[in-house]
Design a binder for this molecule. Structure first.
Ligand code: GCB
Length: 641
């Protein structure tokens, strides 16, 4: 029972129900307010990997029924964190199957006593498949890492023990042909080489399949009659900003909703009554990207109240527009050039576990380098990261976990139905972030295969039906002539590794080949193009002149050759460049990776290689050319470089 039985069952049900169902309920980020409390129950949890041959002993023996320590040996496990790099045990690092987490928490008595209080348990994300119990009673099941899930646990708590609450979460990292990302389990049957029952997990993506509870676990309350979801869309005309809102209220038959929008200084600039409407903001302060305006990242505060003050939820709102022409990407009707990075959620020890020091350090590094954008390669990042981007004006291409879709069997209806569900979960979670300007539905799928056309048509059109205000793309590395999905996307995003995977060592070919790449794509589709990945591995501290592969000099030479072409093509239809990668990151062990992927311009510990200084100079120069830099930054750019 390596594979969670319910994975394929759920996906199958979704497929049978058809591709156009939508998710129940909203997924507002838990915040405190006069009517809501939040209690973070992250920290140290008890942990046990199910090492039984079938990985199914935990279910057979019902480990959720009693304290985990009574079932066998448990160890400390921090949450949030991947479990893989926490111990000294390679069996835990490379574990495939079910692991069990458990924590006892106290729930405030008043939450339990007040029947008008909803008590919700929310897991920011757990990779990959999760089952959640409270006091031994099953409360939720969720497929997919990188996105939150939650359960109303008030009923269970009131029926069971009262204030003490034992939370058990079983998490399975097994990937199948129908999961996102896909993978396969391969049993090795040659008894002369492998012991009985030996298996490996195969994947088609280039990052370590970190697992565990990756984001905070929160308990929070709302009144029973509560604001369940809010959707805002923004636009403007002259100096008037327009914010259309749609509020969904649950638990009340006649919701009385009031919405007010306040400026930075607390001044109310617009208000309205009702669950939907449009707020008009005169002398609007638009949300501008970092380095594009004197006063970037302006956020209004939208307070939604239900029935007087019964429930109150406050949402930051940035007013901005996004449009695409055949050659440009426009933010607030002005051309925007993506000078940015691709990232990973990845760090020493914690793996993909959310970590504020790392988030703040990464934003400081991005701003230091003059980065105005990043792509959440290859999965949705923590909401706290998106909120930080909103506040700093860093633009985001928001990618779903559709990476490594290479096997033709992963283009079937079950996979498609799950992929659509993931897009629904992603849009539901991230739709209100001004920083998010585009959805990416996949990375380097085998888009030349015949089923890919139908698959991507469905994906792109469904994503547009969920959110018509943002362009949609997927990232391609395939030959343009054979691409089946490109006709459906708004922006062509191309990954290429000239002089690395093709013609290794021959940087002199980059100029010719990159020009051909751009001209071919634009010639065929007349859509703006982002170079969504390019780069070369460099082992920090390794040098050679003339440059050789894997040295810092080679990495900078590759970058310079690409940049020369970008500088020509950005006058035409190239609208952005995203280096692969912001930092070195961990991968599976293979003969092509030396303790991970070294294409970072920073080391995994966030120390700059030569490429970081090169990029920094370039990005500040580009920002300065736009003429929209704030005075301090223009001064800085002129005198620093
Ligand atoms: C790619 C992938 C990325 C890899 C990168 C590489 O095209 O999108 O996930 O890490 O190439 O370094 O090979």
């Amino acid at each position: 029972q390596l594979l969670p039985r319910s994975v394929s069952k759920c996906a199958l049900l979704a497929a049978i129900c058809g591709v156009c169902r939508s998710l129940q309920g909203g997924m507002l980020f838990p915040t405190e307010s006069p009517s809501r409390e939040v209690k973070d129950v992250s920290g140290l949890w008890r942990f046990r990997a199910d090492l039984s041959p079938e990985r199914n002993r935990g279910f057979e023996q019902q480990w959720y029924r009693s304290p985990l320590a009574q079932t066998g040996p448990v160890i400390d496990m921090p949450v949030p964190s991947s479990y893989n790099d926490i111990t000294q045990d390679a069996k835990i690092r490379d574990f495939i199957g079910w692991v069990w987490y458990e924590k006892d928490v106290w729930v405030p008595a008043r939450w339990i006593q007040d029947r008008g209080t909803r008590i919700v348990l929310r897991v920011g994300s757990a990779h990959y498949y999760s089952v959640l119990w409270v006091n031994g009673v099953k409360a939720a099941e969720h497929e997919g890492g990188h996105l939150p899930f939650e359960a109303d646990i008030g009923g269970v708590l009131r029926q069971t023990s009262g204030n003490q609450c034992r939370i058990t979460i079983a998490v399975n990292n097994t990937l199948t042909l129908e999961t996102l990302p896909p993978g396969t389990i391969q049993y090795m049957t040659d008894r002369s080489r492998y012991p009985a029952g030996y298996f490996v997990q195969n994947t088609n993506f280039d990052f370590f399949n970190y697992a565990g509870i990756h984001r905070p676990v929160l308990l929070y309350t709302t009144p029973t009659a509560h604001i369940d979801d809010i959707t805002v869309e923004t636009t403007f005309s002259d100096n008037i900003g327009l914010v259309s809102f749609n509020v969904s209220v649950l638990g009340s038959s006649k919701p009385a909703v009031k919405v007010t929008l306040s400026a930075h200084d607390g001044r109310c600039v617009a208000s309205a009554d009702g669950i939907r409407g449009v707020l008009k903001v005169t002398d609007v302060n638009l949300w501008w990207p970092y380095l594009m305006h004197e006063n970037p990242a302006y956020l209004y505060s939208m307070e939604v109240t239900e029935d007087g003050q019964t429930d109150v939820y406050t949402l930051p709102v940035g007013i901005r527009t996004v449009k695409v022409t055949s050659t440009q990407f426009l933010i607030n009707n002005k051309p925007f050039y993506f000078h940015g990075v691709n990232k990973h959620e990845d760090a020493d020890i914690r793996g993909k576990g959310f970590d504020w020091p790392l988030v703040v350090k990464d934003f400081n590094l991005m701003k230091w380098m003059g980065v105005n954008s990043f792509r959440t390669s290859h999965y949705p990042y923590a909401e706290e990261i998106l909120q930080t981007a909103d506040r700093h004006g860093i633009v985001i291409i928001d990618e779903c976990p559709g990476v490594g879709i290479k096997d033709i069997r992963s283009f079937g209806n079950v996979s498609l139905a799950h992929h659509l569900t993931v897009m629904e979960e992603l849009v539901r979670r991230d739709k209100n972030h001004p920083s998010v300007v585009m959805w990416s539905v996949a990375n380097e799928p085998a888009s030349e295969m015949p089923p890919a056309g139908f698959y991507f048509k469905e994906l792109v059109s469904h994503t547009k039906s969920l959110d018509s205000s943002r362009p949609v793309t997927y990232i391609t590395d395939s030959n343009y002539a054979r691409d089946q999905g490109a006709p459906y996307v708004d922006v062509i995003c191309v990954n290429s590794y000239l002089s690395w995977y093709h013609d290794p060592g021959h940087t002199e070919l980059i100029s010719l080949q990159l020009n051909t790449q751009f001209d071919d794509w634009f010639g065929k589709y007349q859509k703006p193009i982002i170079q969504s990945e390019y780069g070369a591995d460099a082992v920090s501290g390794l040098h050679s002149d003339p440059p050789m592969m894997f040295t810092e000099e080679y990495q900078t030479t590759v970058l310079q050759n690409y940049h020369n072409v970008f500088d020509q093509k950005r006058k035409e239809f190239v609208i952005g460049e995203l280096i692969w990668n912001f930092a070195d990151f961990m991968t599976a062990q293979t003969i092509t990776r030396v303790v991970g992927n070294k294409k970072g311009i920073l080391t995994r510990q966030r120390q700059p290689k030569a490429g970081a200084f090169l990029l920094r100079e370039r990005y500040w120069r580009i920002a300065n050319e736009t003429g929209a830099l704030p005075a301090w930054a223009r001064f800085f750019a002129l005198f620093t470089f």
